[in-house]
Design a binder for this molecule. Structure first.
Ligand SMILES: [Zn+2]
Length: 401
């Protein structure tokens, strides 16, 4: 009887622990839901005309240079707080109860500075629009440029493409950049900002980078974006595809999209960014991986797994004394440096005297518009519509305002 009771409690205990374990496991399972690649356009067109670009964050001060009077308001509700006239170059610093602009204290954790002249200089860069300042809980400041989408694009285009390119290529880039920015704004409405001024989103240099011809490309395409099936999608672009663009869902954890599925591209072949070479010693590679949080001991081989239909490697295997390390190809590329391993369209990896030699095609992630391909198509007399419909199949250009 005791034996039976013992067995009963053992089974009960085991069952309970399994249940608890199973529950915990389900609770902790990483979410595999992929990020959406399409959104319907908002009914109110006023909601699509301002973007929020991060200028700097995690800092304890920022310097503003003003050539006009500024109104300071709350961020969203535009409630007037103060006018800044007292200093020409106020420094903005966090305080315990909020923040301070020059001598003017604000007992609030976020303000919007609106220059009457509609431009301001922040930490040496000249920008249009408003400057939003947020005092974070850790007593650092976040600076965000709230700017009209069209004015923002004037500072993006010259940083992304050469003003010397044919106008058709510049107009194609303007529409892709506008679509991309608007998609980011719609998908990040509950975040403090939607775009960064680096390659993390698209390059943005403010007023100092603007040129007449790139501004013309923005003005000529005013309000034009790409839609697929009446919905907006992230119109990604990259420098050169190296012969074939790729599917968005093989590069990132995003849902597949019919306009981002990869096309053969004979156009970028004639340019220098079509192919690349790079080499590094085993130690250098190990250190780069380590700095990226990937530990490996004494590499003996680097191999790739499968390739997708565009010829891009989907995963790499780093062999060492330990079991082989399996790395997502995009992670591997970012860890070794995207300027070094310029693409995942690898053609060979060889080893000689403890040095690895990489060869490949293209520059960038390979999704969406190939900028050098677009340049070549424009040189051949193709219109911006033709270029965009080639790289974003089944998409349509529409006026959003
Ligand atoms: Zn290409």
């Amino acid at each position: 009887m005791i034996n039976k009771l013992f067995k009963f409690f053992m089974v009960l205990a085991l069952w309970t622990s399994m249940t608890v374990h199973l529950y915990a496991f389900v609770e902790n399972e990483p979410q595999k839901v992929s990020i959406p690649t399409s959104y319907p356009l908002p009914a109110n067109k006023n909601n699509v005309q301002t973007v929020r670009v991060l200028l700097s964050k995690g800092v304890t001060a920022g310097t503003l240079s003003l050539n006009s009077l500024c109104r300071v308001t709350t961020i969203e509700t535009n409630e007037p707080l103060e006018e800044i006239t007292r200093e020409k170059k106020p420094t903005i610093v966090p305080t315990y109860s909020g923040l301070r602009v020059g001598n003017v204290p604000f007992k609030i954790y976020g303000i919007r500075i609106k220059p009457r002249g509609r431009t301001f200089v922040f930490d040496g860069g000249k920008y249009r629009g408003d400057l939003v300042v947020i005092r974070e809980r850790d007593m650092t400041l976040t600076f965000i440029n709230y700017i009209n989408l069209e004015e923002y694009l004037k500072g993006v285009l010259p940083k992304e493409v050469s003003p010397e390119w044919d106008l058709a290529a510049l107009k194609a880039q303007a529409i892709a950049s506008r679509t991309y920015a608007l998609f980011q704004e719609l998908s990040k409405q509950n975040k403090d900002y939607s775009l960064e001024k680096t390659v993390a989103s698209q390059m943005y240099g403010g007023i100092n980078s603007e040129t007449a011809i790139t501004t013309q490309a923005v003005n000529d395409t005013r309000g034009k974006i790409l839609l697929y099936n009446n919905e907006i999608f992230p119109a990604y672009f990259h420098a050169a595809c190296g012969g074939h663009t790729t599917r968005c869902d093989t590069v990132w954890n995003v849902t597949p999209h019919p306009s981002l599925k990869g096309v053969a591209d004979p156009f970028c072949k004639r340019f220098k960014h079509y192919s690349w070479k790079w080499h590094a010693t085993k130690d250098e590679i190990q250190n780069s991986l380590k700095n990226y949080g990937i530990n490996t001991k004494s590499i003996v081989a680097i191999k790739w797994g499968e390739k997708d239909t565009s010829g891009r490697v989907t995963e790499f295997f780093v062999h060492s004394k330990n079991p082989p390390l399996r790395l997502n190809s995009n992670t591997f590329r970012l860890a070794l440096g995207p300027q070094n391993v310029r693409s995942t369209k690898i053609s060979s990896i060889t080893e000689e005297n403890n040095t690895y030699f990489f060869k490949g095609f293209g520059w960038g992630h390979g999704v969406g518009l190939c900028q050098w391909g677009a340049k070549a198509m424009a040189d051949e007399g193709m219109t911006h519509t033709k270029i965009l419909q080639y790289y974003f199949p089944k998409s349509w250009i529409v006026n959003v305002y």
